[in-house]
Design a protein around this ligand. Structure first.
Ligand SMILES: *Cc1c(COP(=O)(O)O)cnc(C)c1O
Length: 333
């Protein structure tokens, strides 16, 4: 595996820190908890999409694109990071926003990531939940071509094989950090949504023969669907790096017990986990992804899922900009 073979633009502040959380570890009373700070990737206040965009944006530039077309939920962190990357590279950015929340408040519809998308100059187009976005993005691209432009479509979450290369890279970066400090990683835990993060990590961990088990904590789909999505993308990613079959189905494990009512709908456990991290470690997590994954981590520690493990690394995928959009839905005591 040799990632330098793939076009890449530098967008992220790398390597991101690997930090020990002693106060949280003591509080939970299980293994030592470490956090891989991909909330600190730098661009547009950080997050996991920036690593993927280093490869996706390079592919767009190689294709001669002048306009990026992408999609996300209203409070999408992917859209925020894509809008910023497009601005930095001098590309236009057309965004299809999906309302996945029944009756969004004004704060949800306009603050947080949406405010930042507009700041970065992205053109926002709003659609109801359940729209056929593959078709809508294609129609959008066609209109751009009709006007003489060259569009490039980046799928939701930049979760295709090209984007997932960013997390193949992250797996290698994390292992290098752990090897340097003599830290044996017994488990790696991450939020999983559009699947690129977990798929890329699964490929990277396997291709390096790390034997680090990876657990995705789902934030939207049910387990069978989520695991299938991750595994299919992992297979495509493995193929792309020239290591087909490096990932097997058993390497893809997702726990989807912490979604709550639906994607983007707060749960009391998420709320509590966000407060715990803020008050014990001074770190911000988000209500949609990292907060729910963290709630899962807490519960799994309590249930003894990590029994016998000394060190668990939680990949912090970012998203704190969304906190502002959820200001009226979080409890602070
Ligand atoms: C997109 C996102 C995720 C999920 O990553 P996927 O690659 O889409 O599975 C997790 N956390 C945050 C904050 C995100 O924005």
């Amino acid at each position: 595996m040799h990632l330098a073979r793939f076009p890449r633009v530098s967008l992220a502040h790398l390597p991101t820190p690997l930090e020990h959380l002693p106060r949280l570890s003591e509080h939970l009373g299980g293994p030592q908890i470490w956090v891989k700070r991909d909330d600190c990737t730098g661009l547009a206040s950080g997050g996991n999409k920036t690593r993927k965009l280093e490869f996706a944006m390079a592919a767009a530039l190689a294709a001669g694109a002048d306009t990026i077309v992408t999609v996300g939920a209203v409070q999408s962190n992917h859209v925020r990071q894509t809008a910023a990357a497009a601005a930095k590279l001098g590309l236009a950015c057309e965004v299809l926003l999906e309302n996945r929340i029944g009756e969004p408040s004004d704060v949800y519809a306009e603050s947080g990531n949406v405010l930042l998308d507009r700041l970065f100059g992205a053109a926002l187009h709003r659609y109801p939940g359940g729209t056929d976005f593959a078709a809508e993005m294609e129609a959008h691209a066609e209109r751009i071509r009709g006007g003489g432009g060259t569009p490039y479509i980046i799928p939701g979450g930049a979760s295709n094989a090209v984007g997932a290369l960013g997390y193949v890279n992250c797996a290698m970066e994390l292992l290098a950090q752990a090897n340097e400090r003599g830290l044996v990683i017994d488990h790696l835990v991450t939020a999983t949504g559009s699947a690129g993060t977990q798929a890329g990590l699964a490929v990277g961990l396997r291709a390096t023969h790390s034997r680090v088990p990876l657990l995705g904590i789902g934030v939207s789909a049910a387990q069978a669907l989520q695991e299938r999505k991750v595994f299919e993308l992992a297979e495509e990613t493995a193929e792309l790096i020239g290591a087909p079959d490096v990932v097997s189905r058993e390497d893809v494990v997702a726990n989807c017990d912490y979604v709550g009512e639906a994607y983007g709908v707060p749960t009391p456990e998420m709320n509590a986990a966000i407060l715990t991290l803020a008050r014990l470690e001074g770190i911000l997590f988000d209500p949609v992804y990292s907060g729910k994954a963290l709630a899962g981590l807490f519960d799994l520690v309590r249930r003894g899922f990590f029994a016998g493990a000394s060190n668990v690394v939680f990949l912090h995928t970012g998203g704190s900009a969304a906190l502002f959009a959820y200001a009226d839905q979080l409890a602070f005591d």
